[in-house]
Design a protein around this ligand. Structure first.
Ligand SMILES: Cc1cc2nc3c(=O)[nH]c(=O)nc-3n(C[C@H](O)[C@H](O)[C@H](O)COP(=O)(O)OP(=O)(O)OC[C@H]3O[C@@H](n4cnc5c(N)ncnc54)[C@H](O)[C@@H]3O)c2cc1C
Length: 424
C-alpha cells in the first residue's frame, strides 16, 4: 500500500482536509475494494481522489449511462447560447487514472454481505461503498403531473438531456406574446438558484426573438437564493418580462390541468403557452431502495465522513445527502467527494479522521456577459456542516459592469475546471 506523498497532497488542492500534515500514513492492511455508484458531480470526484490519495486502492465506478450530461450551464441550452453536446462527457479520462468503470444500473445493495446488485445478476463486492445517485421527483405534490407527462408534454428539464431539448423546442415554437410558466419547487432541491437563472436565460432568448412574451415564475417559497441580485438583473436586462409570484401570494402550484394548459394554484389558475414544472425533490430511487433515506426523503450521514447513519461502510454524497448548510450543488458534491475520499483513506489506514473543510460557489448567468455569484466556506460544528461567518457571501449588489462580465467569465472558467477535475 503506497503512502500519500507531499507532491500528491499538493496536487489534491486546498479543499481537502489536512489529511497528510498531521499523521504519517501506515501501510493499509490490504488493497481495499471501493465501489462508487453514480458518475456525476460527486461520484467521479470521490473515485478519482480515492485513487490519488491511495493508488493501491481497487476503485470501481458504476454508472448506468454511457456518458454524463452536466446540469450546470444547461440553462444556456434554453437561450441557444450552448449545445447539449458541449455538456456531454465520457469516462475515458477516469479510466486512465486506474479506476475501473462499469456501465450498469444498480438495483439493490446488501449492506450485510457488502454486495451491490446490478442488472442481469451481476454483483460487486465492496469493503467501502460510496453512493452519489442524485435526485428523484415528488410527482404526487402536483396533481396531474407525472414522469410520462414531463417526458412528453410539460418537461421539468431538471436533469440535462432530452427534456432540455424538448423545452427549447417549445420555446422556439411559441408565438410572440406567449406566456412561459415556471413552477419553482419548495426547499430543499437541486441547485437553489437554478430556476431563476433559467428565467433569465429564457428571457435572453425571448427578448431577441419574441419580445412581447412574458415569463411568470410561480414559486412554492417566499424567498429564493440571490433574490436581490436576480431581481435587479432581470429588471435591468428584461424590463418587466419576468414576474415572480411567491408562495404566500399564490405561487404554490397544486395541480396541472391538462385540458386547458393551466397550472392550478392555491388562489388562482395560470394559463401558459409553455409550461416548465420543476417538481419537489427527494433522494434518487436507489437511495430509497437501499434504505439510506429517512422520513425527509434524503440520506442522513455523519457529516464529517459522509458515512450513512443507517448502514455502516456505506457513504452518501452529493444531492442525495443531508449535508447541513451546504446547498445541493455540483460544487458542493465535488467538495463532499473529496472529504469523503479522505475520510475513507484515513479509516482504512487506521488514523484519526481529519478536520474537514468544505466549499461551494454558485454562479448564475443573467446574460452571457453578466454573472452573479454566492460563495461559502463551511466547517463542522457540533456534528453539523455550517457556513463560516465572513468567509464568502454574495457578489456586491452595486457592482461595476466589468465585475459582472468577469463573473460571467468565472462561471465558464469554473465549469471548465470542475469538469476537468471530474473527467480529466
Ligand atoms: C438547471 C440546473 C443548473 C445547475 N447549475 C449548477 C451550477 O451552476 N453549479 C453547481 O454547482 N450546480 C448546479 N446544478 C446542480 C448540480 O447539477 C447537482 O447538484 C449535481 O449534479 C449533484 O451531483 P450528484 O453526484 O449528487 O448527482 P448527479 O450529478 O446527478 O449524478 C448522479 C449519477 O448517478 C447515476 N445513477 C443514479 N442512479 C443510479 C443507479 N441506480 N445505478 C447506476 N448509476 C446511477 C446517474 O445516471 C448520474 O450520472 C444545476 C442543476 C440544474 C438542474
Amino acid at each position: 500500500m503506497s503512502q500519500l506523498n507531499r507532491r500528491d497532497f499538493i496536487k489534491i488542492g486546498a479543499t481537502l482536509p489536512l489529511l497528510a500534515t498531521a499523521k504519517s500514513y501506515a501501510a493499509s492492511p490490504s488493497s481495499a475494494k471501493i465501489v462508487v455508484i453514480g458518475g456525476g458531480y460527486g461520484g467521479t470526484i470521490a473515485a478519482k481522489y480515492l485513487k490519488k490519495l491511495d493508488p493501491s486502492l481497487d476503485v470501481l465506478l458504476i454508472e448506468k449511462e454511457a456518458s454524463y450530461r452536466s446540469c450546470p450551464l444547461s440553462n444556456e441550452v434554453l437561450s441557444g447560447e450552448r449545445t447539449l453536446d458541449s455538456l456531454t462527457f465520457n469516462y475515458r479520462g477516469l479510466s486512465s487514472h486506474g479506476i475501473h468503470i462499469m456501465q450498469d444500473e444498480v438495483i439493490g445493495i446488501d449492506p450485510v454481505k457488502q454486495l451491490v446488485h446490478g442488472l442481469e445478476g451481476r454483483h460487486y463486492r465492496y469493503d467501502r461503498l460510496i453512493v452519489s445517485p442524485g435526485v428523484d421527483y415528488r410527482w404526487e405534490m402536483i396533481e396531474g403531473y407525472s414522469a410520462e407527462i414531463a417526458a412528453t408534454t410539460y418537461p421539468h428539464a431538471w436533469k440535462a438531456g432530452a427534456q432540455t431539448e424538448l423545452l427549447r423546442k417549445q420555446l422556439l415554437a411559441m408565438r410572440d406574446g406567449g406566456t412561459v410558466l415556471i413552477s419553482a419547487p419548495p426547499n430543499p432541491f437541486r441547485c437553489p438558484p437554478g430556476p431563476y437563472e433559467r428565467a433569465a436565460q429564457i428571457a435572453h432568448y425571448l427578448k431577441h426573438h419574441k419580445p412581447k412574451s412574458k415569463i411568470l415564475i410561480l414559486d412554492h417559497k417566499d424567498a429564493f437564493s440571490k433574490q436581490g441580485l436576480f431581481t435587479a438583473g432581470w429588471s435591468r436586462f428584461y424590463g418587466d418580462m419576468i414576474e415572480w409570484v411567491g408562495g404566500a401570494a399564490g405561487g404554490k402550484i397544486e395541480a396541472l390541468s391538462l385540458d386547458d394548459h393551466q397550472l392550478v394554484g392555491e388562489f388562482d389558475n395560470y394559463r401558459g403557452d409553455v409550461i416548465n414544472i420543476i417538481p419537489a425533490q427527494k433522494a434518487a430511487p436507489l437511495a430509497v431502495k437501499a434504505d439510506l433515506t429517512d422520513q425527509s426523503g434524503w440520506c442522513p450521514v455523519d457529516q464529517r465522513s459522509f458515512e450513512s447513519t443507517r448502514h455502516p461502510n456505506i457513504y452518501v454524497i452529493g444531492d442525495a445527502a443531508i449535508a447541513g448548510a451546504m446547498p445541493k450543488s455540483g460544487y458542493a458534491a465535488n467538495s463532499q467527494g473529496k472529504v469523503c475520499a479522505a475520510a475513507i483513506v484515513a479509516q482504512l489506514q487506521g488514523v484519526e479522521l481529519p478536520e474537514p473543510s468544505y466549499v461551494n460557489t454558485c454562479y448564475s448567468l443573467i446574460t452571457p456577459d453578466y454573472g452573479i455569484s454566492v460563495a461559502a466556506v463551511y466547517q463542522l460544528h457540533e456534528g453539523r456542516i455550517e457556513a463560516i461567518k465572513g468567509a464568502g457571501g454574495l457578489s456586491p449588489p452595486q457592482a461595476d459592469p466589468r465585475l459582472r462580465a468577469r463573473e460571467a467569465q468565472f462561471a465558464h472558467g469554473w465549469f471548465k475546471n470542475i469538469t476537468t477535475d471530474m473527467f480529466g
